[in-house]
Design a protein around this ligand. Structure first.
Ligand SMILES: Nc1ncnc2c1ncn2[C@@H]1O[C@H](COP(=O)(O)OP(=O)(O)OP(=O)(O)O)[C@@H](O)[C@H]1O
Ligand SMILES: [Mg+2]
Length: 290
């Protein structure tokens, strides 16, 4: 992946036309590139961040810093706000009517919820992989090339290079290299999820959000995704929601425990799983509730 990573890790300019789908005003390319970018992997910081769905709390008063080039696991009982928080990082909640936020959520010091934030650029930097593999009903090649094409890349050789690099980075290349024109829907569930990771990587994000990426996969496919996450963390800031405590303990360096929309405890993973400070965390990880 390093091969087609931008040298300047700023908020990459995108063609004006691509901002049409978003309703909020966006910054111009020159404003975007002027933003500081201290680290190749993104630093995410929540400062008393809350998100409400109308009157309903999604997450409330969350303050935490997610460290670059690490894997951060978000755990907690169903409905505690894990997906809400994850989706907040690339503003996937924006389309839901009645959503409002308080506090700040920063990417490299830039407020993600600033009205000038360019959503297309943000989502290019912050890739997302969902619970169920969701390849487009297109060829393997076209799935991975989709984002780069949207970014305006038309050169066939350049696209081929990006597709190969992305598939290699997602540990899928060897399995599909002889059938790139075959339908993505013909792949197994585990292969489809790695394809979705390749598709997310193809737009050169710095941050990868994963919402229960293995919950629809068998143990072997899960193991491959976990190995892949282990490899990717050297170059990406990864935030993963998981209900699987063993998985969180295996793959993450930091773990955040949420309950009822609030961040209860956030610490190094080994500490959360061996000696948590909070009684609720202890009860949850020991299976007493959730
Ligand atoms: N689109 C929505 N509209 C209204 N309320 C929502 C919406 N999405 C989530 N919520 C509410 O926000 C709260 C947090 O939900 P969220 O999906 O973030 O939880 P979660 O921790 O990801 O749960 P799960 O483990 O079941 O996926 C819940 O009370 C939920 O009902
Ligand atoms: Mg969820």
């Amino acid at each position: 992946m390093q091969g087609h990573r931008p040298q300047t890790m700023g908020w990459t300019p995108i063609p004006e036309a691509m901002t049409m789908e978003i309703s909020r005003p966006s910054v111009t390319a020159s404003q975007i590139t002027a933003l500081p970018s201290p680290c190749p992997c993104g630093v995410i910081k929540a400062e008393a961040f809350s998100l409400y769905y109308g009157q309903k709390v999604g997450v409330r008063n969350v303050s935490m810093e997610i460290y670059p080039c690490t894997v951060t696991a978000i755990i907690g009982p169903s409905g505690c706000g894990k997906s809400t928080f994850l989706r907040s990082i690339n503003r996937m909640n924006d389309l839901i009517p009645g959503v409002r936020t308080e506090g700040r959520l920063l990417l490299d010091g830039h407020d993600i919820y600033d009205k000038r934030t360019n959503l297309v650029s943000l989502r290019q930097q912050v890739g997302m992989v969902f619970q169920r593999p969701n390849p487009f009903p297109k060829s393997i090649f076209d799935n991975v090339a989709y984002g780069p094409r949207l970014q305006g890349i038309r050169n066939r050789m350049q696209l081929q290079q990006i597709v190969e690099q992305s598939l290699r980075a997602a540990a899928l290349w060897n399995e599909v290299k002889d059938g790139l024109n075959k339908s993505a829907l013909a792949l197994s569930g585990g292969q489809q999820q790695r394809l979705c990771i390749a598709r997310a990587l193809a737009t050169r994000p710095r941050i990868l959000l994963m919402d229960e990426p293995c919950s629809a996969l068998d143990p072997i496919a899960t193991g491959r995704i976990e190995d892949l996450i282990e490899q990717l963390k050297a170059s990406y800031t990864i935030v993963i929601v998981t209900h699987n405590m063993q998985q969180a303990a295996r793959i993450s360096q930091w773990t955040a425990f949420f309950c009822l929309g609030e961040l209860i405890e956030y610490d190094r993973t080994e500490r959360i799983f061996s000696n948590p400070t909070n009684k609720q965390t202890e009860d949850y990880i020991s299976g007493r509730f959730g």
